[in-house]
Structure formats: C-alpha cells, structure tokens
Design a protein around this ligand. Structure first.
Ligand code: ATP
Ligand code: MG
Length: 403
C-alpha cells in the first residue's frame, strides 16, 4: 500500500465546501440561467429580484458569487456597490438598513487643514444620514445619490417583523417608480415569495422571481470535476454516478461525499477515486450529518412495535419528486414495493404518510393539497439523502434498487 498523500488530503479540504456557501467563482458550478436572470435585473433600473427555492439548493452561494464579482468588477464600465445582510428573528426594517448602509461609504473630498492645499478623501458610512426610524422614502433619497448598487437581503423567511416585509414591499415600489439605480436581491425559501407579493400586488411587476431548482446531474458533475481538478485527482464514472444519484440535487451531499471519498483514496496514495471509496464515504457522511437530522430521523421512525416506518420513510426518500420536492402517495408505491420485496398498495402505507405529518413524528413530512390529492415533501430536504444512505448502511435496500 502507498503512503498517505497528505498534501492532497489538505488540497481536498479546501477544494470542497460541504458546510459553507461558496463564495469563489472557481468552485461555483452551473446555475447560468439563474445568474443571467439576476445580472439582467441588475442591468435594468427599477428591476429587483427574488431568488427562492428549497433549503440547501445553493441560493446564498449564487448571491455571494455575484456580489463578490461585482465588488471587484464593473458593469458596463460602472462600479457596482454591494452590501448584504442575513435576516434573523430580531431584524427590523430600520436595523436592516442601518446595517446594510453602514457597509457602504460616501467618498468625500475634503480640504486638508494647513497650507498645503491638498485635499484628502474621507469615507463616511452612508447610514449616518439615515434617521433611526427608516422609511422607504428615506431610502429612495439616499440610494438615489449612490450610483449603481446591489443590496442582497438573505434569509428573508426568518424575518418575523410583519411591518418589515410590508415596508420592504413599499421600498421596492418606491425605488422602482423613481427608477433609482439600486437592485434589491431578496433571497429566501419559497414561501417568502407569497408573503412579499401578498403585501403589495403592485411589486409583482418590479420583481423578477427567480426559482432555484435542485441542481441537475450535469451541474453536480461539474462540482465533482472542479473540486477534484483542484487536487489533481480523477474519479471513475460509476463512483461519480453514485455520488450524483445519492445527492438528489442537493450540492451539500455532493461536496461531502466527494471530499470524503477522495480523501480516502488519497489516504492510500491513489489519485483516482473508486466506487469503494464512495461506499466508505457514505458511512462517514452519516456520522458527520447534522445532529438535528439524526435526531429528527429517530423521532420520525421510532416505534415500540415492529412496523414499517423506516421502510416507508425510505420509500418516500426514493420517490420521484417534482422540482419543488413534492411527491404523491402513488409515487411511494413502487419504491416501497422494491424495499419490501413484494407489491404494496397505497392503503397499506397511507397511515404512515399521515403520521409523518404529525408533530409526534417531527413532522418529518409536510402535506399540501386536499384529501385524496395530498402531496408530500420532506420538511428538511437534507433529510432525504440521509434516509437513503442510512437505508443502504442498514441493508434495508440494495444499491442497485435505489433509483
Ligand atoms: N453553484 C454551486 N456550485 C458548487 N457548490 C454549490 C453551489 N451552490 C451551492 N453549493 C454548495 O451547496 C451547499 C449549500 O449551498 P447554500 O448554502 O448556498 O444553499 P442555500 O440555498 O442558501 O441554503 P439555505 O436554504 O440553507 O440557506 C454549500 O455547501 C455550497 O458549498
Ligand atoms: Mg442560504
């Protein structure tokens, strides 16, 4: 056996980013259509954008890559000022804008004291001219003096202050009506769209809604290729295919599995990642899963008696879902039959699906629609690949039967 390749193991630790959003263009994969939509909004005075999608699909990464780019580059020869904020439960409309505009400076030219006649540049944070209670009209006035600006407001769904979303809608309307050269990029999970549009019907025209679906297999392949290229490694096709299949469009798992599999290969001095490395990576990925996912899984499937909760949840994770992660009971039937090794019809597991939507089991699933037309999805999308990997590890399903 070869010596462990420590330099390569180190290179892999920075070539993949399983836990933090990407902020460098070099590691960013795919997403050209969404990136183009945001850039177009930025190019149009009075246009704003709302980037929405499931948890973990890469919304923040897209915003960061763009914001980084624009703080360095110019657009149409013009410099773009950028400020961003993550909302939380304590964020108010005024605190949000004081923070945002505290990161942007007015450049002031001032005559130096003395007789040299030289002028000096001083930087004054823009928020110093805002009153403590900020109104949309204050923002129109101040942002109107700044030149092209991109304001990123992330985690919009965590905003609890109802007045804030109303005022945000009013701000979009005012900035748009006055053609102020500032683009707001709002980022959040899907439900925040309704919330904002609901506040103000007329913002709909000024707001391009950009949906971030899960990543496509080619986009996930690109993540694998870029990361491994950075460590001068390669990967067998079957190993790559397995990682993409298990990731289910969620880039977190692509980063986690590829990084772990490649580090295992490097431990034995190999530069080519094989399927066996991926198999071992599944075990370590399960061990490194967020504690919240592990406990939610136990809560969802616990039962004092012999039952099918684990199997039905596994079948849900294997079910063909739409772009927003929703599936129907009928989509669970075939995967469950594969897990159980014999045909199962809907009445045999519809109780389990309903139980998964109750507080006593998390709820691990969300349900929408009306009776008989119910559609389900995982409350936390990151649970889905976890359930499949756990099923593989426990031998509830054979590898070739997953998809
Ligand atoms: N385009 C991309 N290329 C490569 N990796 C990506 C890309 N987008 C996201 N990732 C990776 O996927 C993971 C999740 O990304 P990110 O945090 O941006 O998602 P999010 O949609 O903002 O999640 P949340 O809803 O939890 O805020 C991160 O580990 C990040 O490194
Ligand atoms: Mg995010």
């Amino acid at each position: 056996m070869q010596e462990p390749d420590v330099a390569r193991i180190e290179a892999l630790s920075t070539a993949f980013s399983p836990s933090a959003p990407i902020d460098q263009r070099a590691l960013f994969a795919g997403r050209m259509s969404q990136l183009t939509d945001v850039i177009n909004a930025l190019g149009q005075k009075g246009q704003h954008a709302l980037l929405f999608g499931e948890r973990g699909v890469g919304k923040t990464s897209l915003a960061r890559v763009l914001a980084n780019r624009n703080s360095e580059l110019s657009m149409g020869g013009q410099r773009v000022l950028v400020a961003s904020i993550n909302c939380d439960a304590t964020t108010t409309f005024s605190s949000m804008w004081h923070r945002l505009l505290g990161d942007i400076n007015f450049a002031q030219q001032r005559q130096a004291i003395g007789f040299t006649g030289e002028s000096v540049r001083t930087a004054v944070p823009v928020n110093t001219v805002l009153p403590p209670d900020v109104t949309p009209d204050d923002l129109r006035r101040v942002l109107g003096q700044l030149g092209k600006t991109l304001i990123v407001i992330d985690e919009l769904d965590r905003l609890e202050d109802e007045k804030a979303s109303q005022l945000l809608a009013d701000t979009i309307k005012t900035l748009s009506d006055h053609a102020v050269d500032c683009t707001l990029l709002l980022v959040g999970v899907a439900d925040s769209v309704d919330m904002l549009i609901h506040e103000h019907q007329s913002v709909e025209r000024a707001l391009v809604q950009i949906r971030m679906p899960r990543m496509s297999p080619p986009e996930l392949f690109e993540i694998i290729n870029k990361g491994l290229a950075a460590a001068a490694m390669t990967i067998d096709d079957d190993a790559k295919g397995r990682i993409v299949q298990l990731s289910q469009g969620l880039p977190h798992y692509t980063h986690l599995l590829t990084q772990n599999a490649a580090q295992r290969a490097a431990t034995t001095g190999r530069v080519r990642v094989e399927l066996t490395d991926v198999r071992v990576a599944i075990d370590s990925a399960l061990g490194k899963a967020q504690q919240s996912i592990i406990s939610a899984y136990h809560e969802a499937t616990a039962s004092p008696r012999e039952n099918m909760y684990q199997q039905v949840l596994l079948a849900c994770a294997m079910a063909q879902a739409d772009a927003m992660g929703y599936f129907a009971a009928v989509d669970v039937r075939d995967p469950l039959s594969r897990v159980m090794g014999r045909r199962y019809e809907i009445p045999a597991f519809s109780q389990h699906l309903n139980a998964f939507c109750e507080d006593s089991r998390g709820p691990v699933l969300q349900r929408t629609g009306s009776s008989r037309r119910y559609r389900f999805r995982f409350e936390n999308p990151l649970m889905q690949p976890f359930v499949i990997m756990d099923g593989l590890k426990k031998g509830l399903i054979a590898e070739h039967l997953i998809g």
